[in-house]
Write a protein that binds this ligand. Sequence first.
Ligand SMILES: CC(C)(COP(=O)(O)OP(=O)(O)OC[C@H]1O[C@@H](n2cnc3c(N)ncnc32)[C@H](O)[C@@H]1OP(=O)(O)O)[C@@H](O)C(=O)NCCC(=O)NCCS
Length: 175
Amino acid sequence: MRVPSDSAFEVHELRPEETRELRHRVLWPHKRSAQECVIDVDEADHATHLGVFMAEPAPWGVSLDGRAGALVGVCSLFDQPCTRCAVPWENEDALRLRVMGTLPEVRGQGAGTALIAGALDEVVRRGKSVLWCDAREVAFGFYERLGFGFMNEKYELPDVGPHRTMALVLSSPRN
Ligand SMILES: CC(C)(COP(=O)(O)OP(=O)(O)OC[C@H]1O[C@@H](n2cnc3c(N)ncnc32)[C@H](O)[C@@H]1OP(=O)(O)O)[C@@H](O)C(=O)NCCC(=O)NCCS
């Protein structure tokens, strides 16, 4: 996967609390506030939070104190093994992708692809070769386009609906 060099998006690491407003708007609007949009491992040493920013003014974007540009998407990465199904890789070779989303205003313009490219850079930086996630049904097509494959059949997650485990296994050299 390649992000075009003239991409309107830049990916930067975020502090955990900087992900919350975007998570609230995109992923968990049923929660009462952005402060509730946390997961238990957000502050873990093995957590990496990524944000995708638009350089151009975007009044509907999320503005973060001390950062230029508008935040338009986030994802988080954790050193967590896949327990949904049997997998053909070693646990230590994989990173788990969670809480991934982009604002509706930018969808289809490459922000999600830029985040996945940033996540794969982190996989490689940590000496690993697999990125896996519990994918929401509405996002199956997105992940498939980027080279992820299905690892199991559909299952239901409370509040968020049908999911399947998907994974992208990097070949060498990086695809
Ligand atoms: C899924 C999501 C992250 C995609 O983000 P995005 O910013 O639209 O991604 P991109 O613009 O980089 O899209 C890359 C390609 O996938 C396609 N695509 C995007 N979303 C898609 C979807 N849900 N189904 C099928 N294709 C999709 C785009 O059209 C684009 O195709 P192209 O390469 O032919 O132009 C975004 O739609 C989203 O946040 N959805 C709601 C939250 C969610 O479901 N998150 C995933 C949780 S597992």
